[in-house]
Ligand binder design. Structure first.
Ligand code: PLP
Length: 409
């Protein structure tokens, strides 16, 4: 069966921000890994909600509050279906992936871990999946074990196995590296964690918008992501947790909306997920997240994945031909991220020159300083792709990178 070409030009029209010029050049937005741009469907859904249905949720008897509550709660099922969770009460709305990982550390971690227990992470983690565990280490004396990566930037299953021990309580790892683009063998790592009697937390920040995700097939105990990387708004994220595990976790933050009853003597809590959603949540942002999921679902996650694979292959081939270029991260299974360094120029200089040509990339340590140290680098330049990335964007990137070569070469 031959598939139809991906109509990238048509989808680009859905993103008003992409139509502009930057420093006299058409914008080539290649920083989707940091945050994705927003389609009109998301912007309009949020505006429509605020113009017609907005009120605080759960507590009101009036029509608007009930409408807002229904729309907010309906997004839970949208997320459930999108990641193929079994129940909608396994979806906790958080402020982002960082917030979700901290929630797990501060509730599950503080309840079930003791000195000497081990958490296994990998060498390519984002700070969001390192620091919350280090904070537990400081508080409780748990140990953190780090699975090394290969020179290509891959995480080998046998290295994960070697890091596990009877003391391992959690294996927490990125589904996709935000620096190297490596896709980790999530299902196999989760299975190994379970064999060792540990739970598995998958950081889906860099996978959620690029490939179909099935938490049940993966058998993840926790899966986290941020809405803003999925073409949705900032300030909203998701913690998926298996029902049976969430139900044993105490609340993290206390306040309105998460209680069953309060007296000065005693407070009882709601069941998950509401137990973990203290205070007024980002209501409009939840509506925006729902619209973003509807938007990408209509295009099809498999179609998006295929398109980004084509773009990755095209970009890798073209960039590899530039003098002095080294692509950092050569995993066989990669998602739409290319980190690179050039002999001639510092990544920040590359980023600045590219910006003058309308090409938006990121330069720095990408919130993965231990990985940078492991690679013996202080920074990389990083181009990251999304469903709207076109071959013209890549041509603009390559032309601008060649200018760097001309200036510094
Ligand atoms: N994990 C990974 C792999 C990421 O790429 C990011 C953001 O770049 C995060 C976690 C943190 O996401 P947020 O800052 O939206 O909480």
């Amino acid at each position: 069966m031959t598939s139809l070409p991906f109509p990238v030009e048509r989808y680009r029209e859905d993103f008003p921000i992409l139509a502009q010029q930057i420093h006299g050049h058409p914008l080539a937005y290649l920083d989707t890994g940091a945050s994705a741009q927003k389609p009109r469907a998301v912007i309009e859904a949020m505006t429509r909600f605020m113009e017609n249905d907005y009120a605080n949720i759960h507590r009101g008897v009036h029509e608007l509050s009930q409408r807002a509550t229904d729309k907010y709660e309906a997004v839970r099922s949208v997320v459930q279906n999108f990641i193929k969770a079994e129940h909608d009460d396994e979806i906790v709305f958080t402020h982002g992936a960082t917030d979700a990982i901290n929630l797990v550390a501060q509730t599950w971690g503080r309840t079930f871990l003791k000195a000497g227990d081990e958490i296994v992470i990998t060498a390519l983690e984002h700070h969001a999946n390192i620091v919350p565990w280090q904070m537990l280490r400081e508080a409780f004396g748990i140990d953190l074990r780090v699975v090394p990566i290969t020179p290509e930037g891959e995480v080998r299953v046998e290295d994960v196995k070697a890091a596990l021990s009877p003391k391992t309580k959690l294996v927490a790892f990125a589904h996709v590296s935000n620096v190297l683009g490596t896709v980790l063998p999530a299902k196999e790592i989760v299975a190994l964690a379970h064999e060792a009697g540990a739970l598995a937390l998958v950081d889906g920040c860099q996978s959620i918008s690029h490939m179909p995700v099935d938490v049940r097939d993966m058998d993840a105990d926790f899966f986290v992501f941020s809405g803003h990387k999925l073409y949705g708004p900032t300030g909203i994220g998701v913690l998926y947790g298996k029902r049976e595990i969430l139900s044993r976790m105490p609340p993290w933050q206390g306040g309105g909306d998460m209680i069953a009853s309060v007296t000065f003597a005693e407070t009882t809590y709601k069941e998950p997920p509401h137990r973990f959603e203290a205070g007024t949540p980002p209501i409009t942002e939840v509506i925006g997240l729902g619209a973003a999921i509807d938007y990408v679902s209509a295009i099809g996650m498999n179609n998006i994945a295929q398109h980004e694979k084509d773009i990755l292959a095209y970009a890798t081939e073209k960039l590899s031909r530039v003098d002095g270029m080294r692509i950092v991260g050569q995993a066989k299974n990669k998602s739409g991220i290319i980190s690179f360094i050039m002999e001639q120029a510092h990544p920040h200089d590359i980023g600045t020159i590219l910006d003058r040509h309308g090409v938006a990339i990121r330069a720095g340590h990408h919130c993965a300083q231990p990985l940078m140290e492991h690679l013996g680098l202080v920074a990389t330049a990083r181009a990251s792709f999304g469903l709207y990335t076109s071959r013209e964007d890549i041509d603009a990137l390559v032309a601008a990178v060649e200018k760097v070569e001309e200036i510094f070469g």
